[in-house]
Design a protein around this ligand. Sequence first.
Ligand SMILES: Nc1nc2c(ncn2[C@@H]2O[C@H](COP(=O)(O)OP(=O)(O)OP(=O)(O)O)[C@@H](O)[C@H]2O)c(=O)[nH]1
Ligand SMILES: [Mg+2]
Length: 621
Amino acid sequence: MAHLIGTAGHVDHGKTTLIKALTGIDADRLPEEKSRGMTIDIGFAHVELPDVGRVSIVDVPGHRKFLTNMLVGALGVDVGLLCVAADAGVMPQTREHLEILQLLPVDRLVVAMTRSDLVDAETRELARLDVEEFLTKTRFAGSPIWFVSAITGEGIDDLKAALSQALKQADPQASRGKAPWYLPIDRAFVVKGHGCVVTGTLAQGVAKAGDRAVLEPGGLEVRVRSIHVHGETVESSEFGRRTAVNLGGIHLEDVQRGMILAQPGVAFESAVVDCKLHWAVPPRHGQRIRFAVGSEEAIGKLFLSEADATLAQLRLERPIACAVGQPVIVRQYSPPTLIAGGRIVTPVAKPRKRRDQVIVVNAGDDETAVLQVIGDDPNGRPTEDVCRILGRSPQQLGPVFERLRESGALLGFAGQWIKSEAFEAGVSKFLEALGSLHEQSPTTAFVPREKAVSLAGLKWAGKPLDRMLSLLAQRELVAVQGVTIRQFGFRVQLTPRQRELLDRVLTTMDSAGVNVPPVVELAKQVPAPPQAVEEILKIGVQAGEVVALGEGIYYGARQLERIQKTVADAAAGKPFTASAMRDVLGTTRKYIIPLLEHMDSIRFTLRQGDQRVVRSSREDA
Ligand SMILES: Nc1nc2c(ncn2[C@@H]2O[C@H](COP(=O)(O)OP(=O)(O)OP(=O)(O)O)[C@@H](O)[C@H]2O)c(=O)[nH]1
Ligand SMILES: [Mg+2]
């Protein structure tokens, strides 16, 4: 069941007087309102309705000068109470207000023909026809119409029954009750002895005394000390109710109309908002607008989307507070005529171009919404992106991601989420790209990983890429060496000439023992041009048949293994110095230092001061 009734109608058409007749409460509270007999700001009352209990009513001003305040009242209403004076009929703000209610998630309308005591039966009939015809062109066609008088009391009980009926029929969207709460603040004041109090219409969820909350914009953390509904202290209040919240730990300067008080992670401070809108008039791309949301109105510009005519981006001149799903009204900057109404889909949007693709989430449950946002892109989306688009916090969506991961629908790589099938499709492309890189340079075993990523047309990078590659390594699809990779089964391919040259070089190095001569000398012994030898050594390194120690010293891989065995045998489990091992191997300082440093680096030996030990293989593992 819905909870909030809101008036609408032309100036002086008896809205405030009717509320008093319904509730006994004068919604005009400002001295100026009383002296001018005109509503300026929104006012509130509550009424006991048959079968429904106590509900809140928000009263709005009819004068066009105060339309901004009317919007504050209307943005949150479930059932509209349109007041049309029987002695005046449909007037400009009757039309304007109804148009606004039509663009908002107002579910039902009840019409009160006020000041009925002033007209005879014939005028009544004309007035009714006038209103009925007016309604036929709107989505409120066929709404109940009651003649009422605040003077004689005529029709007041019928009107109450009609309002009960409308509230019961209105669809408050079941999810609104379960969602976390937020309260657009329309008043803030100090109550002596209690401190700061804010009021507003609770937009969704259930707020409880003791809740932790945040004020946006600004992110100030506060505590809900106590809650008051219709003048009574209560443990909790639910969506659609006029709610007063006593806040702990803040000053009146910290809070003002337009802010949102919300459970952490629900409201956002933002100057770029994506909305799903219904247009009252055709919009212009880039047009200057007034954007009404909650109890706030900000100036900004309207940006349309080619992908979706109902989607628009509002870029505002200053940040405001907003929440996903919040109803909004867009008006022209000047004169402030109505352009559109609808809801926020992305509270903190990224500025986008007219041609950019857009994501509009219309999924019901969180799992589906998250999957929809992540889409089939093999690059996936980072957590922040998903949260921003859905207007939710990482804390709120954390369990949703976990459930999706456990079910196998999603894969997560360091905060980057990808649908499983999309990832596998990406992996195929990636391996294909890596394969063609191997084909291009068959003598290079390891290629820079970024090269394969960009050739595959992917955007994988950074930490998520590290994680993806370790998964691929685990699956024995790739081998990783620092920032380079190769396909798991790939071996460097040598031409017969290269093979023959490499074999000759290896034999020559082998016959030199530990004291492998420098490249130029080696080339003479092979014999072959030094450049060719240099090149084949590098290819040998890629093929895993040659090890480069740096400073121009190369060994054959097998040869180096034999040297290691000699070292292990000579050490016999005891520590040894570099000079002792130099003598064992019959070499010089020039060779023994790079050799031992290499053995340290592959964890064959362990350096301890100026001594080393050969690590046991268990230690190595
Ligand atoms: N005779 C008669 N006069 C009424 C009735 N209801 C309202 N009025 C008079 O109509 C005038 C306007 O009434 P309000 O209730 O202030 O009208 P409103 O729609 O709230 O006006 P705004 O808030 O300024 O838009 C006042 O002088 C009321 O006394 C009624 O049922 N019968
Ligand atoms: Mg009034």
